[in-house]
Design a protein around this ligand. Structure first.
Ligand code: ADP
Ligand code: MG
Ligand code: ZN
Length: 476
């Protein structure tokens, strides 16, 4: 039988605030274990949580950017469970009244645009971490306890691993554009639980789902979902039934493994946290946040098409991240040649950044310098080939493009006298090819262009070389 996969994602977005959600401890990553703690995030009895206003603002931003409605009076709830990294015995989260409800994101799929529903977004605190394999027992590090998270829950609207990844990338792009998440997936700042079920193709009754916990890369999400679809199909083909359970993905073996049978909401004994007041959000606050939203990727993509006349492909690549889009815009404006700026940013610059694993914000070639380089090409001062050499120099030595051209004598030669002299020499040395050309073998023209360029160290103006060569070769 053919099966239709159904996928819903729960994404945890770690918020980029200075301090934790209910205390003033630092959220910095990698500190000495338990350094960033206090009675509140250690869960000591009697310590009272105080809500970080920034967390609410970030949640509103996320809600507005994903077309959610903001719940004007939302409530924190206790989610009760036992684990050594959770000293209070409950996680402060939100349950039946989260801060954002019913939004959506549009993704590109093989079959065109598709709308994926967002059920809810709620605020919650992260738990601590267990440290194994150091010393005799296991350790508990509570630095991460109380780090603010948003959980973004999607509707079960995705039908393939590709759609799930497209949705995830879109959400990632939005939260990083919004500046509410640092996007560091290796450190767990953006991770997801993938819910996967299958049903017979054509059915409208969803099957039982398995939930794959804490997957922290786009690649792994794709692998985990595909493995899970295969596992469930084979199970059903063999006459078995899918259990509702929580599974873990093993990135080394590329398989998912059962962790525990899945708990239901009622297992957690959710109840409103009596230590925290309802979060009241006024319409004024919402409009203030709305006005402060940055231009989002989709809007920027459309503006790039219009304002810079870029092809869709370029606009898509260049709006992938905010720093990349910023870099391009600065370069496009300073050079006055947006298409050339796009080509250089997507080509030479991206290659150099990748080769050296450099973030664009740390690029040794600034947008202004790249713009200078483009203007040198556009004014005819240097050829594109030479410009690539100049780029390397600027990248390595932090030089100015115009200085490199001057100091290394790289300026393009358009002077016909010098070029004619080079042509004469080459024709004399290659009489055979000259005859071939004159007998109609036009292919050897390329050979002459190459030779002349070589003789002039790549500095000859190619248009002038072409013109003069045609004249000279034609003449008997
Ligand atoms: P929980 O919080 O217990 O994991 P929820 O009801 O909040 O459960 O659902 C979590 C996620 O599971 C949502 O993203 C939802 O879209 C997805 N989901 C629900 N039912 C299915 C299903 N049959 N197949 C795939 N995903 C599902
Ligand atoms: Mg879940
Ligand atoms: Zn604290």
């Amino acid at each position: 039988m053919r099966y239709q996969p159904v996928i819903g994602l729960e994404v945890h977005v770690q918020l980029k605030t200075e301090s934790k959600i209910f205390c003033s401890c630092s959220t910095s990553f990698g500190a000495t274990p338990n350094l960033n703690t206090c009675p509140v995030c250690l869960g000591l009895p009697g310590a009272l949580p105080v809500l970080n206003r920034k967390v609410v603002e970030f949640a509103i931003r996320a809600g507005l950017a994903t077309n959610c409605s903001i719940v004007p009076a939302n409530i924190f709830a206790r989610k009760n469970y036992f684990y050594p990294d959770l000293p209070k015995g409950y996680q402060i989260s939100q349950f039946d009244l989260p801060i954002c409800l019913t939004g959506h994101l549009d993704i590109e799929t093989a079959g065109g645009k598709k709308r994926i529903g967002i059920t809810r977004i709620h605020m919650e605190e992260d738990a601590g971490k267990l440290v194994h394999g150091q010393g005799t027992g296991s350790g508990v590090d509570l630095n991460r306890a109380g780090t603010p998270l948003l959980e973004v829950v999607s509707e079960p609207d995705m039908r393939s691993s590709d759609e799930a990844v497209a949705y995830l990338k879109k959400l990632y792009q939005i939260v990083t554009y919004l500046g509410i998440c640092d996007g560091n997936m290796e450190e767990g700042s953006f991770r997801c639980d993938a819910n996967v079920s299958i049903m017979p193709a054509g059915s409208d009754r969803f099957g039982t789902r398995a939930e794959i916990k804490n997957v922290n890369s786009f690649k792994f999400v794709k692998q985990a979902i595909e493995y899970e679809i295969l596992r469930q199909s084979e199970l059903i083909e063999d006459g078995g039934t899918v259990m509702q359970e929580t599974r873990l993905f093993d990135p080394v073996k590329g398989v998912t493994r059962s962790m525990r049978s899945k708990e239901e909401a009622h297992d957690y004994r959710y109840f409103p946290d009596p230590d925290l007041l309802p979060v009241i959000i006024s319409p004024d606050w919402i409009s203030l946040v709305k006005d402060s939203l940055p231009e989002l990727p989709e809007a920027r993509f459309n503006r790039f098409l219009q304002q810079y006349s870029l092809p869709e492909y370029d606009a898509d690549v260049l709006t992938a991240s905010r720093p990349l889009a910023d870099y391009f815009e600065e370069c496009a404006q300073a050079s006055g040649n947006p298409k050339a700026a796009a080509n250089w940013v997507m080509g030479e610059l991206t290659r150099a950044l990748n080769d050296s694993s450099t973030a664009i914000l740390q690029s040794p070639v600034s947008p202004a310098k790249l713009a200078d380089l483009i203007r040198l090409i556009d004014s005819g001062a240097i050829s594109v080939t030479i410009a690539k050499k100049v780029f390397e120099d600027v990248w390595k030595n932090g030089t100015q493009p115009a200085d490199v051209v001057k100091q290394q004598g790289l300026a393009q030669v358009s002077d016909s006298g010098a070029i004619k002299a080079a042509i004469d020499k080459i024709m004399l040395a290659n009489q055979g090819q000259v005859d071939e050309y004159r007998n109609g073998k036009e292919k050897v023209f390329g050979f002459f262009v190459g030779q002349v360029m070589k003789a002039m160290n790549g500095k000859a103006n190619p248009a002038v070389v072409n013109d003069l060569l045609k004249q000279k070769l034609a003449a008997e």
